[in-house]
Design a protein. Structure first.
Length: 227
């Protein structure tokens, strides 16, 4: 057995063990997760879900932004973790995903607490910044190679003391490897994600922690009156 296989088995055992202590999400969330797994739709992993639940329940943000909706799974999950007065804005550009997201929001967000913005994330973020919209919590889960490009507008619309959570920062472990150990097609994302992590962890406005949960996650807090 290789070291990687042994590590994967340990991670699988850990997830099974922790499932005994996890709070079960509503049935419709579990059904959406099952659908996503069966249809190869990328959705947040359970470790990431645990972190989001903890942060949202303890911070209780009124305005949440998600960059990367997919079928709406994580937006709907976050809705379940928030007070009824909180609102979520989520951005998606892929029409195939938008079709399912619209259907899921119509079915499971009857209160109208989730707003779906359709289009390129960079353009939507710029428009939100120009309009002066501000968010206390931002969840980044879109095209990994674009995280760094999104960051200036994300920081502009993130309130002082607000939290930025970035998912999949390890990119299935590739980011930890040498540039020449990953496939040529993944080298651009490898370099951009490493640069993104460097910027996050050395940014004057942010306090950032990198965690090895799920596919890797960072939690950044924006400084108030200067860090």
């Amino acid at each position: 057995m290789t070291d990687t296989q042994g590590e994967n088995r340990m991670n699988d055992r850990m997830e099974v063990f922790l499932d005994m202590f996890r709070e079960e999400p509503p049935e419709y969330i579990r059904n959406l997760e099952k659908y996503a797994r069966e249809n190869s739709v990328p959705v947040i992993r359970r470790g990431t879900r645990d972190i989001l639940r903890f942060l949202l329940r303890t911070r209780k943000p009124e305005r949440v932004l998600e960059v990367g909706t997919a079928i709406g799974y994580s937006a709907l999950f976050m809705k379940e973790c928030l007070p009824e007065t909180s609102r979520i804005t989520t951005i998606e550009k892929v029409e195939m995903r938008l079709v399912e997201a619209r259907q899921n929001f119509a079915r499971y967000d009857t209160e109208g607490r989730v707003r779906l913005l359709e289009g390129e994330a960079a353009q939507c973020l710029r428009e939100l910044a120009v309009k002066g919209e501000r968010y206390e919590f931002i969840f980044m889960d879109a095209a990994k190679g674009q995280y760094l490009n999104f960051l200036p507008d994300v920081l502009e619309i993130l309130t002082p003391g607000g939290i930025l959570v970035s998912d999949n920062i390890l990119h299935e472990g590739d980011v930890m490897e040498s540039r020449y150990a990953v496939t040529r097609r993944d080298r651009t994302i490898h370099g951009r994600m490493r640069e993104y992590l460097q910027v996050l962890t050395h940014h004057g406005e942010l306090e950032t922690i990198c965690l090895p949960f799920g596919d890797g996650i960072t939690i950044s807090v924006k400084g108030g009156n200067g860090k």
